[in-house]
Design a protein around this ligand. Structure first.
Ligand code: NCD
Length: 356
């Protein structure tokens, strides 16, 4: 693997991703071979936002590999509560740990942290932006359950706008051959423009739907998502969106016999418990595959030659990202950096368009 950090699954080539999937399969089949793979190594989990699965699966993964863990999951108990900057926390922790796994509600925070860290950073979710290790989990699950990542009709249902798992998954699956996407949501919760642009550029077919009932029959994979309450501006806006898409046994009867139903979890009310016993419901297995995926990722990242992070970049660019949830607007020292895509200027940290 060429990159030392995992901020976006784009950082990994398709071949490297395939290697990690293969390693995850091998770990699942022969776990005893790997019990000492990370002996003597320490991984820090810095969770500024709630998490059950992601944090615990990373921690379990490291423990099952013979390594050790440190970290916090309640920032009010850490120095950040005293006003410590992200940069200072990361500098200090990267002196203690060989690998840092970070979840933070601010978009672009993992990339910003990587500028100041001596140890590799894994993005475990940066606000509503990206969640690459959930996508790794999802592709490992599909490799086990479907045997391929090509030629799938994938329905994504619920909160396309704020669901970081959806953004990361579309980015990755659009690189595989002949995948087709059905985007099932209300117009208010449709995908951000930058993800639509990625779909457009990939050449993959995609369509919009406002009805799970009408679309379910054509799907090979259904990726259900929670309406991301914590990302809404007001309770009223959330109330207007919740409960619109619910997968139940009646809708499952309209689906193909080999449909695979995924959900990154936690579920609120978007899948009824009656669906859990359907053999096509794979979301609990998916959580377990996530542990093998993260074991494979940890081994891969710790085996890379790591060095001092490139000197933090300074920017003389007078332009400012307009996204108030972007790390460049919450941590004043982070340089404002942009890239050009399709004639548009895009923030390097949160991928939002400068013009928006
Ligand atoms: C997801 C997340 O945190 O983005 N969950 C997870 O990582 N397992 C999805 C969600 O919170 O709805």
């Amino acid at each position: 693997m060429r990159t030392r950090n995992l901020i976006d699954l784009e950082d990994i080539s398709k071949n490297d991703l395939q290697e990690i999937i293969r390693l995850a399969q091998m770990i699942k089949a022969h776990p005893s071979i790997f019990t000492d793979a990370c002996h003597g190594k320490i991984m820090a989990t810095l969770f500024y936002e709630p998490s059950t699965r992601t944090q615990m699966s990373f921690q379990t993964a490291m423990l099952r590999l013979g390594g050790q863990i440190i970290g916090f999951d309640n920032p009010s108990n850490a120095s950040v509560a005293k006003g410590e900057s992200l940069k200072d926390t990361v500098r200090v922790v990267s002196g203690y740990a060989d690998l840092i796994v970070m979840r933070n509600p601010i978009e672009g925070s993992a990339l910003a942290a990587s500028l100041y860290s001596k140890s590799p950073i894994i993005n475990a979710g940066d606000g509503g932006h990206l969640h690459p290790t959930q996508t790794l989990t999802d592709v490992v699950t599909l490799s086990f359950e479907k045997g391929t990542l090509d030629g799938l009709t994938v329905g994504l249902c619920g909160d396309m706008k704020n669901g970081r798992t959806v953004h990361s998954l579309i980015k990755t699956l659009s690189k595989y051959k002949n995948n087709r996407f059905v985007l099932i949501s209300t117009p208010e919760l449709q995908l951000p423009q930058y993800v639509l642009d990625i779909l457009e550029e990939s050449g993959c077919a995609y369509s919009f739907s406002d009805s799970l009932e009408k679309s379910i029959g054509e799907l090979d994979v259904l990726y259900m998502t929670r309406i991301q309450q914590e990302r809404f501006k007001s309770k009223e806006e959330y109330e207007a969106q919740k409960g619109i898409y619910v997968l139940d046994e009646a809708k499952m009867r309209l689906a193909k016999g080999d449909l695979v139903v995924l959900h990154p979890l936690p579920r609120v009310d978007e899948i009824t418990v009656g669906v859990d016993e359907d053999p096509r419901a794979k979301y609990f297995q998916q959580a377990e595959y996530g542990m093998y995926a993260r074991m494979a990722l940890i081994i891969t990242m710790l085996n890379m030659r790591t060095g001092i992070s490139p000197a933090p970049l300074h920017s003389t660019d007078a332009r400012r990202c307009r996204n108030p949830r972007c790390v460049t607007n919450t941590e004043s020292y982070v340089p404002h950096l942009f890239y050009e895509k399709g004639g548009k200027t895009v923030c390097k940290f949160c991928d939002s368009l400068l013009e928006e």
